[in-house]
Design a protein around this ligand. Structure first.
Ligand code: ATP
Length: 479
């Protein structure tokens, strides 16, 4: 076992040790929720109709951030690797897949209900369940034994019952049992059922991986904490198919690599840790599972899971479909069912983490400055082009020329709706790494100022070199 991944029970993570706790990047979640709404990162979904619980919409800046997160993941997991290829499978799949995978029978959480107020809770999230075991979650006497009551009104709670998290819909024009299909609760199954197709068409040799980014749906009992736990969200999953004898070794390579990815894009290393699942917490098929956790304002929580899934997935699908999903190694003439090492991340949770961890408040010349120190690759806009005097048409025209040139490479924006100091602060608050300012001198000498978000330093460069300078800086910043 890796010494960076101590085995602790699910709830041990909720206990914060004041001596070692790095503290959250932002004390109050509302600071980020407010900024997200105000600046157009993330809005509550269906807001004009009073909202819908556990769904959030990404605004103009949020969609850029999330796309950049997905692109950064794809770059690290597919583009820069010869052994991993991509896939985009359907959200709707043959319902039998979810029976085979165990989701129909097992993908459930323990639900309890208050007899008085009818509020519903996930048993293992109630106060007083800190040392609960997996066996307790199906024990009808657990409520009395642990003396649990409704946290809202102290009412009597029902015995736990299993609540399946899969969302259902009907395929075709008839709404009957036979037409029921599920909205996928994970993207991984689409990869397993395409294993043979991808192996044959990509001609990859083991070890190789298949990566997929896409929506997943879970009818979570207690969603919340902004986009941390939603009912509709996006996953970034990679399944690495390996020889059974080498699965442990590959696992030990993937775990630090995945943790390092968050650090490379700016997450404070002290706010990341790995936590190995205790034996009673492991899914029945899993050989080993370690979470990369982040210190959110609401505690240490899972950011990504790295799992050794053994031969469970391909083995089960082979048995249920009757199709041969074995791998043949011509060098050793061996036929075997590959084992799978999975890295399973959430695009929303990752974007949320980058947003949180980038937030800082500083005092500059007696004034508060809010900065999102986002990595340039993740920042929604790379450059803002600003006029020092918007009343001078030549200055405005020069700004637009520079911006149009930049837009061929990167997201760039023009703004003239305030004085320059305020325009800088606005860009700082949304994480724009560079501002280009055109002033009266620019009309004479053809040079402009590039201001750096973090150092607040200013450099004078020739206007026709701006695009090249920004491209160089972007390249230099790339992990
Ligand atoms: P948790 O313990 O937080 O419920 P999980 O162990 O069920 O998560 P996995 O099934 O391993 O999560 O899913 C992989 C990743 O997908 C998670 O690490 C997380 O980033 C993301 N994810 C899972 N459920 C949600 C959700 N409801 N909302 C947003 N992201 C999610």
């Amino acid at each position: 076992m890796s010494d960076t991944a101590p085995t602790v029970s699910k709830h041990a993570r909720d206990v914060l040790d004041p001596l070692t706790d790095p503290g959250p990047a932002v004390a109050e979640l509302d600071t980020i929720v407010g900024l997200s709404k105000r600046r157009g990162f993330i809005y509550p979904s269906s807001e004009i109709y009073g909202g819908i619980n556990a769904v959030w919409d990404y605004g103009p800046l949020g969609v850029e951030l999330k796309n950049n997160v997905k692109r950064a993941w794809w770059r690290a997991m597919v583009q820069e690797r010869d052994d991993i290829v991509g896939l985009d499978s359907g959200i709707l799949m043959a319902p039998q897949i979810w029976v085979t995978s165990g989701h129909v029978a097992e993908f459930s959480d323990p639900l309890v209900e208050c007899a008085d107020c009818r509020r519903r809770y996930r048993l293992d999230e109630l106060p007083g369940t800190e040392s609960i075991t997996q066996a307790d979650t199906v024990d009808p006497t657990v409520i009395d034994r642990l003396g649990l009551v409704c946290p809202a009104d102290g009412g009597r709670l029902s015995a736990p019952r299993r609540f399946n998290l899969m969302l259902k819909t009907f395929l075709g024009p008839v709404e009957e049992e036979a037409a029921v299909v599920y909205l996928r609760p994970e993207t991984a199954q689409g990869i397993y059922v395409n294993f043979r197709n991808v192996k044959e068409t990509s001609r990859k040799k083991i070890p190789f991986g298949i990566a997929q980014v896409g929506k997943a749906f879970r009818n979570e009992i207690s969603p919340g904490n902004f986009v941390f736990r939603m009912r509709e969200f996006e996953q970034m999953e990679m399944q690495y198919f390996v020889h059974p004898d080498r699965a442990a070794e590959h696992f030990d390579e993937w775990l630090p690599r995945r943790r390092a990815w968050y650090e490379a894009y700016g997450v404070t290393p002290a706010r990341l840790r790995t936590r190995q699942h205790a034996p009673d917490e492991l899914a029945h098929y899993a050989k080993k599972a370690v979470d990369v956790e982040y210190r959110f304002p609401f505690g240490w929580k899972e950011l990504e899971g790295v799992h050794n899934r053994g031969d469970w997935d391909l083995g089960r699908h082979m048995e249920a479909s009757g199709e041969n999903l074995e791998y043949f190694d011509p060098a050793t003439e061996e036929h075997f069912i590959p084992w799978i090492v999975e890295t399973s991340a959430g695009a929303d949770r990752a974007a949320f983490t980058f947003l949180l961890d980038a937030y800082r408040e500083e005092e500059v010349r007696g004034e508060k400055r809010v900065v999102l120190g986002l990595h340039p690759e993740l920042a929604p806009y790379k450059v803002a082009v600003l006029p020092l005097l918007k009343k001078r048409p030549e200055i405005v025209e020069m700004c637009h020329r520079i911006k149009a040139d930049l837009q061929r490479d990167v997201m760039a924006v023009y703004d003239d709706t305030a004085a320059i100091g305020k325009l800088y602060r606005r860009q700082d608050e949304i994480g724009t790494p560079w501002c280009v300012t055109v002033d009266v001198d620019s009309l004479e000498d053809g040079a402009v100022t590039i201001r750096d978000r973090d150092a607040m330093t200013q450099e004078r460069v020739s206007a026709d070199r701006v695009r090249e300078v920004i491209a160089d800086r972007m390249r230099a910043a790339r992990p």
